[in-house]
Structure formats: C-alpha cells, structure tokens
Design a protein around this ligand. Structure first.
Ligand code: AGP
Length: 364
C-alpha cells in the first residue's frame, strides 16, 4: 500500500501522530450519554446473551495480543466477567476446552493473520461464538467472526503497530463498558468512564507535544545493550508492548516483567548497562512500584519512569496526563512508542521496514 506520508519522514511517525484523530474515530457515534452506555452496531449479541457469558477469552498475536491483555482487564474490571488474553498461535495447538458459555474475541489489525484466522475457524467448528476486534473492514477474520467491533484506526502501513494498538484498547474499553452496563456497572461508573474516554484525544495531543523531550531521552538511553520494562497489573501489558516496539525497530534486546516478579529472578540482570523503563501510574499500586524502583537503584540500575508525577527514585520521568485508572494504560503506552521511534532513529534503523518482519503474517 502507498499512502501519502503527509510531511512525515516515516509512516511510523505519521501513524503515531495521528492517534488523537484515530481515537476520536473509534468513539464517534457510539457513546450514549443519556444512559451512560455505548452502542456497538455490529456486535450481534443481545442483552440476554451478554448476561449469559461466564468467561471471555481473547486471542491475538504480537501487539494485538498485548492489546487483548489490556482488553481483558477492562472487561474483567468493568463488566466483572473473568477474562484473559492468549497468543492465538498457541491456543490452537493445546487442544483447548471450548466452552459454550465463553465469549471468544479475536483481535487483529490486518484481519488476515493466519494464526488468528485458524483459531477462529477451529472455534467455530466447535460451535463457539467468536467476535472480532479488527481494524481492516471486510478482512478474513472480520468475515469469519459472528460479529464484532471495528477499530477504525485507519490504514496502518508501518510494519510495527502503533495507532492500531491504541485504538484497539479503546475499542475494548467500549466493549467493556457496553457489557458492564448490561450487567452490573452503575450509571455513575458508566458516566465516569465515558468522561475519561472523551478526554483521551486531548490528552494524547498533550503527550505528543512533548516529543522533543522524549527524543532527548532516547539519545540518553540509545547506548543500552539491553533494556528492562516493568509494570504492575494494568501496567504490565504496557511494559510488554513497549519492549516489543523497542525490539522490533531498534534491535535492542529488551525484557518485560511484572514489577512484582523482579525479585524472583530478573533482578540479577540489573546493572548500569541495562536501564529500566518503569510504568508508574498514580493508582493504588504507586507505593509498590516505588519500592521496585528502589530495588533497581540499589543495584545501580538507571531508571526512566513513565508516571503521572515526578518520581524521585527515577533518573528521568516522562509525565503523562492522568485519566481514570482503567484508561491510564492507553496513555502510558504512547510516549514509549516515541521512545522506541527515536531510539531506532538515533541508531540509524530502517524504521518502516524492520529486518525479518512482515506487516501481516498470512502463513503459518
Ligand atoms: C506489531 O508491531 C507487530 N509487527 C506484530 O506483532 C503484529 O501485531 C502481529 O503480527 C499481529 O498482526 P495483526 O494485528 O494484523 O493480526
């Protein structure tokens, strides 16, 4: 595909920069202020069916799998349905129990990823209900699914996914809100999440406006041999996705761990040549995250925090605007897309076409 780069040097930069508009698009026409809920036209799931769901299993690969992890925590948090995300590529091969009360959700930017499509086909063969959270309209996975939510990120050309990740998570927030309001989410909580969603585009612009600062930080950390990314609960998928982004385009080795797991092994890796990016939202886990940063400092590790307020334990802090706790991961991922981008740029990498990778993997 070739689309106009619109004055940007790379598609990745263009796509990162488009995220406020993209989020606007996924929200447009779907919010019902009167009843503090959301309308999703293509879902194909009535209220009675939605109340009957006992579990949600989300399937995707790579970045879409990470978006699904945040999606699972949104569904579990807002709709109180047990939910998890699993790599679609693995699911198919472990002869999973297919349960009629589980709602399966396939996540894909392209809608053509073979591992995801094959998982959907296997599920359908076994009588499961499968929804799609897909970007490309009319793609194979969208057609195969029983219904779903389009992500409306617009065309994504760069091999590494950025705006589609953000929009996929927002699409999951809409789905979680919809399911929640059919089940036990209160009007007040529905309203709170809607207000949070409405704030996202403006807050994304604020983050993007600080690009020059992030570029300077990238120059500071571009000499790293390896990088550690940590986050807790909601912050963990953000860490995973940020580490994937860095690996894909800069070729710097990176690890992502739940901050709570550090002491169970990976702390042994910490030294000055392995800086840590810590996801540190102002939520109930703030003190725990500070303690993890203290442990890293004690091993002379450098720390770059992504946080809502300056972190004294960190060497540098990237500040992001605060939203509702549930929606914070959406914003915390964005400066780390820019960090990966500017690191790769500083190292002279071919950002839109990283080695060994294809935009969509349509074979096994
Ligand atoms: C993203 O940066 C990747 N290059 C890759 O992990 C991708 O997310 C994965 O292959 C799934 O693609 P899809 O969303 O089109 O199904």
């Amino acid at each position: 595909a070739s689309y106009d780069m619109g004055g940007h040097d790379t598609y990745m930069h263009k796509e990162i920069s488009e995220q406020a508009d993209a989020v606007d698009r996924v929200l447009r026409g779907r919010i019902d202020e009167k009843f503090s809920t959301v309308h999703l036209g293509g879902l194909n799931l009535d209220a009675r069916e939605a109340r009957g769901i006992r579990r949600v299993k989300i399937l995707g690969c790579g970045t879409s799998y990470h978006a699904g992890m945040i999606g699972a925590s949104l569904i579990e948090g807002l709709a109180r349905i047990p939910a998890d995300s699993e790599p679609a590529s693995e699911f198919r091969y472990r002869n999973p129990v297919v349960d009629p009360d589980t709602l399966y959700i396939a996540v894909s930017q392209s809608g053509e990823t073979y591992d995801v499509l094959a998982a959907v086909q296997e599920l359908k063969r076994k009588g499961a209900r499968v929804l799609g959270v897909v970007n490309v309209v009319g793609s194979a996975i969208a057609r195969e699914a029983d219904g779903g939510v389009y992500v409306h990120a617009g065309p994504e050309v760069c091999v590494v996914s950025t705006k589609c990740f953000t929009n996929t998570v927002v699409a999951f927030a809409l789905l979680a809100l919809h399911l929640g309001r059919i089940r036990d989410l209160s009007v007040a909580d529905g309203k709170r999440i809607i207000e949070g969603l409405r704030k996202l585009p403006g807050q994304i612009q604020e983050i993007l406006a600080a690009e020059e600062d992030i570029k300077k930080l990238a120059a500071e950390y571009a000499d790293a041999k390896s990088m550690m990314f940590i986050g807790r609960v909601r912050g963990y998928p953000v860490a995973l996705e940020a580490s994937l982004k860095l690996k894909e385009i800069s070729y710097i080795h990176a690890e992502a761990y739940p901050a709570s797991e550090l002491k169970h092994g990976p702390l042994a890796l910490i030294e000055p040549a392995m800086p840590t990016v810590a996801i540190v939202p102002n939520d109930s886990l703030l003190e725990k995250n500070r303690a993890a940063m203290e442990e890293i400092k004690a091993r002379s590790g450098r720390i770059l925090a992504v946080a809502h307020q300056e972190q004294e334990k960190a060497d540098h802090t990237i500040l992001v605007p605060k939203n509702e706790d549930e929606l914070d991961p959406i914003l915390m991922g964005i400066p780390l897309q820019l960090l990966a981008y500017h690191t790769a740029l500083a190292l002279g990498r071919d950002i839109d076409k990283p080695r060994n990778l294809a935009k969509s993997v349509t074979v096994e």
